[in-house]
Design a protein around this ligand. Structure first.
Ligand SMILES: Nc1ncnc2c1ncn2[C@@H]1O[C@H](COP(=O)(O)OP(=O)(O)O)[C@@H](O)[C@H]1O
Ligand SMILES: [Mg+2]
Length: 234
C-alpha cells in the first residue's frame, strides 16, 4: 500500500509562489492499476516524481510499507528508487551510447545481478526485440525504444511501476502495443502500476481513475472505497 498524506508542493515561479500539488491524499493498495488523468499542468508528473523519490514535497508524507519516503536521506532514497521503482518516461530516456541490451542491463548491474546480460536478453525477447538487442536507440523506432524502456523498467521486478504518458510520443497503433505489453507484464508480475495518461481509452483499462485539476484531486473512481475520511464521516 502506498499512502499519500496531505501532500503539498509549492514552488516559486518568477518570484510568485505557486502551489503545484494542493493537499493530495490517496491510498493505493498493492497491485492496483491506477490511471492519473488531468489537463496539462495539473500536477501529474510532479506527483509521479514524488512517488518515485525523485524530489521532495514541501510538506506531507508518502508512506510505503510503513516508511515515509519523503523523510529518507538521499542515499536511502537512491536505494528506494533502485529496489522499489520502475519508471517509464514519455521520451524513453534510453542511454544513446549503449545498445538495447546494455540499456536493459544497467539497473540489473546496479543491483549486483550476476546474470545481468543474460536476463537483459531474455527481457528484450519478452518485449519482442530479440533481434534488436545490439542496436543503439537511434537505430530503433519510437515504439521499439519504448519497449526497451519497458523491459528496463521491469528488469529488477520492482513492486511499483510508474509510467508518465508512456504513449505520448507514439502513434495510436504503436501506443496500443506498448500499453498491451505494459499491462501484460504488470499482470504477470503483480506490481502496482501508476499510469499518467491523456488518453481516455488507455485510462479506461485501469481499475481506478484519479483526475487531477490545479494540483487537487478532482475525482477518484474508488474514493468511496479508499478515502481516509470515509469511515469517520460514515
Ligand atoms: N520546477 C518548477 N518550477 C516552477 N513551476 C513548475 C516546476 N515544475 C512544474 N511546474 C509547474 O507545475 C505545474 C504542474 O506541472 P506538471 O506536474 O508537470 O503537470 P502535468 O504533468 O500534469 O502536465 C505546471 O503549471 C508547471 O508549469
Ligand atoms: Mg506531465
Amino acid at each position: 500500500m502506498i499512502a499519500i498524506k496531505h501532500l503539498f508542493m509549492c514552488l516559486s515561479a518568477g518570484g510568485h509562489p505557486v502551489t503545484i500539488l494542493n493537499n493530495i491524499s490517496l491510498e493505493i493498495p498493492d497491485k492496483q492499476m491506477v490511471a492519473i488523468v488531468g489537463p496539462s499542468g495539473s500536477g501529474k508528473s510532479t506527483l509521479l516524481g514524488l512517488i518515485a523519490g525523485l524530489d521532495k514535497p514541501t510538506s506531507g508524507a508518502i508512506v510505503l510499507d510503513g516508511v515515509d519516503i519523503t523523510a529518507l536521506a538521499e542515499s536511502e532514497m537512491a536505494r528506494y528508487r533502485r529496489q522499489k521503482i520502475g519508471y517509464i518516461f514519455q521520451s524513453f530516456h534510453l542511454i544513446p551510447t549503449l545498445t538495447a541490451r546494455e540499456n536493459v542491463a544497467v539497473p540489473l548491474e546496479l543491483a549486483g545481478s550476476p546474470q545481468a546480460d543474460g536476463r537483459a536478453a531474455e527481457l528484450l525477447a519478452a518485449v519482442g526485440l530479440r533481434d534488436r538487442q545490439d542496436h543503439y536507440p537511434v537505430q530503433l523506432s519510437g515504439g521499439e525504444q519504448q519497449r526497451v524502456a519497458v523491459a528496463r523498467a521491469f528488469a529488477c521486478r520492482p513492486p511499483i511501476l510508474l509510467a508518465d504518458e508512456p504513449t505520448g510520443n507514439l502513434d495510436s497503433t504503436t501506443g496500443r502495443q506498448v500499453i498491451d505489453l505494459l499491462l501484460a507484464l504488470n499482470r504477470d508480475q503483480g506490481s502496482t502500476l501508476i499510469l499518467v495518461t491523456h488518453d481516455q481509452t488507455l485510462a479506461s483499462h485501469a481499475e481506478r481513475i484519479v483526475a487531477l485539476r490545479d494540483g487537487r484531486i478532482e475525482s477518484d473512481s474508488c474514493a468511496h472505497l479508499f478515502s481516509p475520511s470515509s469511515g469517520a464521516q460514515g
